[in-house]
Design a protein around this ligand. Structure first.
Ligand code: EPZ
Length: 451
């Protein structure tokens, strides 16, 4: 554990410019989609993060040749020789990510069978996969749960189906998309998730030859096709990472320009950021022309001085306030005058990290009640899923242990905002979702070091 620690000398504003690349929660799924093509796919702006390594490893085990392209961050996937891998080989990746569950449909189409290891991912609730398995069974797959993992087969092929999700799950919607595109017949998915990352995945599948209609009211209709080809795609930028740096700018009274951040995907975040008292300016991209080098688009976020204001917010599925924006922003809310309320409605256990903030001087109480405008699924189920943050509180340095990815980043922000020297343990977990975060901290003038 001692070599996985960052020493943070906090109390100074983050100032400077960083860049975000393709969204973690799209890129990994785009990589899985490459399995469905019968010609190579090309993906740009792929960040160097742990989830990408895991999916690259799993693709390699299944015969997909993955190589680096000419451009920095470009990956090329050649699926010409897709083959089975042994359970032992696949199990090397057990517990490392949630993405392996999305290999089900593509492997069933390509090989007729699939083995999925135990999933990993952040411990922010039970995170069941019942919607995924139910959907796969509707398509005609048989699922055999064994101690070493899931064995799936489709003895009679996969067939289009009508399916309604009990909740608009991102992963289950992706599961249905990746399975339906090559299933025989038409699939109608109701109560689908429509996050920008899902729309971008649909764009990729469409580029590959799929026929997908996104109707109003969360209905997606997919007409199965017998074959798909490779794609070339530049993914949407990571709006979670962009918001994390914005929250860091606000909490440290700093000024951070996030190149690549896109206003359209962050509207709900930007509204809250402004309500809290943060300021931002959107710079539109300008393509290069003769005599004009052009300009990369992005968003500049800053603390304008004075006091921040408290807010009430609820996390929700798109177009609501993302659950992944919640933890970084709460650190900034400890600096706002009055009582802020956060009602977490996506995950039942995503407020545990607030205890660490309290040890640093924050005043955050968590409640089992729904403290938002609408009761959520967790209201009567004994989960502490609402938080009241009283501020402003002076944060002081502490020794912190990172519990999960987004909470980890919030710990880091808190350490940067606090007076004194903190030790943040388990920082390697942040590499799962934030590319080169230590280099970016250095670019923003943070005083951090590995002991
Ligand atoms: C994706 O997780 C993201 N992960 C999460 O980001 C993100 O927080 C989440 O979507 C919501 O936006 C990736 O894309 C890899 P869900 P996913 O299925 O797909 C329940 C990060 O830090 N549910 O939309 O796993 C579930 O328990 C991560 O980048 C079931 O009950 O999320 C949760 O309460 C963390 N049964 C809710 O639905 C199921 O079969 C939403 O989960 C599936 C989900």
């Amino acid at each position: 554990m001692t070599d996985d620690v960052l020493v943070v000398h906090g109390g100074s504003p983050l100032e400077g410019r960083i860049r975000v690349r393709g969204a973690k929660n799209l890129v990994s799924k785009a990589m899985v989609a490459a399995l469905l093509g019968d010609t190579p796919s090309r993906l740009f702006d792929v960040p160097r993060i742990r989830d990408v390594e895991v999916v690259r490893g799993l693709l390699g085990l299944h015969g997909v040749k993955v190589t680096d392209g000419d451009e920095d961050g470009e990956l090329v996937f050649d699926p010409a020789n897709v083959e089975s891998a042994s359970t032992d080989q696949i199990n090397v990746h057990a517990g490392s990510s949630r993405i392996p569950i999305l290999f089900c449909g593509p492997l069933l189409h390509r090989l007729g069978h699939a083995f999925i290891p135990d999933l990993g991912g952040c411990h922010i609730g039970p995170r069941p996969i019942d919607f995924h398995l139910q959907a796969l069974r509707e398509f005609g797959a048989t699922v055999d749960k064994r101690p070493e993992g899931l064995h799936l087969s489709a003895p009679n092929g996969l067939h289009g189906t009508k399916f309604a999700l009990p909740y608009p799950s991102v992963g289950a919607t992706e599961q249905v998309l990746l399975t339906a595109v090559m299933a025989e017949g038409v699939t109608e998915l109701r109560n689908a998730a429509v996050e920008p990352e899902i729309i971008d995945l649909i764009c990729i599948l469409q580029k590959m030859g799929a026929i997908i209609k996104v109707h109003t009211d969360r209905v997606i209709e997919i007409q199965g096709v017998p074959k798909l080809h490779g794609y070339t795609h530049r993914p949407i930028p990571d709006r979670i990472e962009a918001a994390s740096w914005a929250a860091a700018a606000l909490a440290t009274r700093g000024h951070v320009e996030v190149l690549g951040a896109q206003q359209a995907d962050m509207m709900t975040f930007l509204n809250i950021f402004r309500s809290v008292g943060g300021e931002y300016e959107v710079t539109d991209a300008r393509p290069p022309k003769l005599g004009d080098p052009g300009q990369e688009g992005g968003i500049r976020f800053w603390h304008p001085g004075g006091e921040l204001k408290s807010v009430a917010l609820e996390t929700d599925v798109h177009p609501g306030f993302m659950t992944d924006w919640q933890q970084p922003l709460v650190v900034a809310l400890t600096q706002a005058r009055g009582l802020s309320i956060v009602h977490e409605t996506v995950y039942e256990q995503r407020l545990g990290y607030t205890e660490a903030l309290n040890t640093m001087g924050a005043n955050i109480q968590v409640y089992r009640d729904c403290l938002g405008g609408t009761p959520c699924r967790f209201g009567r189920r004994n989960f502490k899923h609402s938080a009241v943050i009283a501020g402003p509180s002076k944060l002081h340095a502490a020794d912190l242990v990172i519990p999960d990815l987004r909470a980890g980043f919030s710990h880091l922000i808190a350490a940067l905002a606090a007076e004194g020297t903190s030790r943040v343990y388990g920082v390697d977990l942040i590499n799962r979702g934030y590319e080169d975060f230590e280099a970016k901290l250095a670019d923003l003038g943070a005083h951090v070091e590995r002991p």
